[in-house]
Design a binder for this molecule. Structure first.
Ligand code: NQM
Length: 357
C-alpha cells in the first residue's frame, strides 16, 4: 500500500518544486528527509522513480505553515533534495521557491486574500530572516496570468514582488564573513559575501574565461570544476560554514564585464551544476558586492553607486536579473549597510494532488 501525501507542484521563479503543508509531513526531520528522498527519487541522476526533475533547480521542496511569530503570516522551510546523493539539505534558502510560498499559502487557506493585492509576511526558517511577498489577488483569488516577464521562464505571468529587509549575514553571521572585501585562495582573488545567500565571487578572467561560456561548456571543463571546488572547500571554512563538502553553499559566481547593458555578468556554480540563470538571493549577494570598492565584483561593475536607492542589473546565461537596493555607508566595508533589497518574480501553480510514497 502506498500513502498519499497532499502536495502541490509549483514553478517558483526559475525553479520548480513540491510544496507541502508542514502538518502533512513527519515532524521528525530524519523521517521527513527519508520520505522526501523517496518521493523525489533520490539518489539517482535521473530521479526516474520520483517527482524530482533530475537537476538541482527542479529537485526542491518548500514546507509552509501558519506562523506563530509576531507580524508574520507564514513560516517557510526550504529543502534542497540532492539529485545524486541521499542528502536533503536545509543549509541554504531559496528565493525562487519563495516566490511560490505566498500563492500556496493563500490557496491552502493559511492567509486570507484581499480584494486586489495581498502582502504575505514570510519568515524564512533556513536563515531566520523575513521577506514580504506581494501577490495579485483580484476578488480574493490568486491571479497567475499576467504580463510580467522574467528571464529564464518562457512567456509572462502575474508579478510577485519580494522584499527583503534583514538578510545580510543570514548564513555566515556577517555580510563579508572573512572581514575583507577581497581575499586570496590558491592564487585566485575572491570575495566572500552573504546577503541572503553565501556566494564566493570569482574573476572569470583569472580562469581564462571570457564570461559568456554556456553552462554546459563550464560543466564540461573538469579542470575549472576542480579549481572552483578546491576554492569552495577552503572558502566555506573561512565563511563560518564549516566543512562544506556535502553542503550546497557557498555558491561560486564567476563575474565578468556586462555584455548586454547590465552592471555585471555572471556564471554561477550552485555549487556543482551551473545555474541556467542565477538564484534570487545569489543575485542579491552579487549585486551587494558590486557596490563596495575593492571587491572582485566592483572590478567589473560598470557603475559607481552612492548611498540611496538604485537598481543593479545582474546578467546571467539566459538574460538578466534586476535587484532593487537601498544602501548607506558605501565608501567602506565597516560602514556599508544594506537596508532593503527587492526583486520581481512570477510563479505558477502546476498541480494539486497527492505525492505517493
Ligand atoms: O539564490 C539556486 C534557485 C536557486 C536558489 C541555487 C535561489 C536563491 O535558482 O535564492 O533561488 O543557487 O541553488 O532556485
Amino acid at each position: 500500500m502506498q500513502t498519499a501525501i497532499p502536495c502541490s507542484i509549483m514553478r517558483g521563479g526559475t525553479s520548480k518544486g513540491l510544496y507541502f503543508l508542514a502538518s502533512d509531513l513527519p515532524s521528525d526531520s530524519s523521517k521527513r528527509d527519508e520520505l522526501l528522498l523517496h518521493i523525489m527519487g533520490s539518489p539517482d541522476t535521473r530521479q526516474i522513480d520520483g517527482l524530482g526533475g533530475a537537476h538541482p533547480l527542479t529537485s526542491k521542496v518548500a514546507i509552509v505553515e501558519k506562523s506563530t511569530r509576531a507580524n508574520t503570516d507564514v513560516d517557510y522551510l526550504f529543502l534542497q533534495v540532492v539529485v545524486d546523493k541521499a542528502v536533503v539539505s536545509d543549509t541554504q534558502n531559496c528565493g525562487n521557491l519563495l516566490a511560490g510560498v505566498a500563492p500556496f499559502a493563500i490557496e491552502q487557506g493559511l492567509v486570507n486574500a484581499n480584494e486586489k493585492t495581498t502582502d504575505v509576511r514570510i519568515h524564512m526558517l533556513n536563515t531566520a530572516a523575513s521577506a514580504v511577498a506581494r501577490v495579485q489577488t483580484p476578488n480574493g483569488k490568486v491571479r497567475y496570468k499576467g504580463e510580467a516577464e522574467i528571464d529564464g521562464v518562457p512567456g509572462s505571468a502575474a508579478p510577485i514582488t519580494l522584499d527583503f529587509l534583514d538578510i545580510a549575514g543570514a548564513n555566515c553571521g556577517a555580510l563579508f564573513p572573512t572581514g575583507n572585501a577581497i581575499d586570496e585562495i590558491n592564487g585566485y582573488s575572491i570575495t566572500c559575501i552573504d546577503n541572503g545567500m553565501p556566494v564566493v565571487i570569482l574573476d572569470a578572467s583569472e580562469f581564462g574565461l571570457v564570461g559568456d561560456e554556456s553552462p554546459n561548456m563550464l560543466e564540461d571543463n573538469e579542470d575549472l570544476k576542480q579549481k572552483v571546488e578546491g576554492i569552495r572547500l577552503i572558502a566555506g571554512e573561512k565563511m563560518n560554514l564549516g566543512d562544506v563538502t556535502n553542503k550546497t553553499i557557498p555558491k561560486m559566481s564567476l563575474v565578468s564585464p556586462a555584455k548586454n547593458g547590465g552592471v555585471i555578468n555572471t556564471r554561477t556554480f550552485i555549487p556543482h551544476r551551473v545555474h541556467e540563470a542565477i538564484g534570487v538571493l545569489g543575485s542579491v549577494s552579487v549585486a551587494s558586492a558590486c557596490v563596495l570598492k575593492g571587491t572582485v565584483a566592483y572590478r567589473y561593475a560598470n557603475q559607481n553607486f552612492s548611498d540611496g536607492e538604485f537598481d543593479i542589473v545582474v546578467e546571467h546565461p539566459t538574460g538578466q536579473f534586476t535587484v532593487e537596493m537601498q544602501v548607506s555607508g558605501v565608501t567602506q566595508l565597516s560602514t556599508y549597510k544594506i537596508h532593503r533589497s527587492a526583486l520581481l518574480r512570477t510563479a505558477r501553480l502546476l498541480m494539486v494532488g497527492s505525492a505517493m510514497a
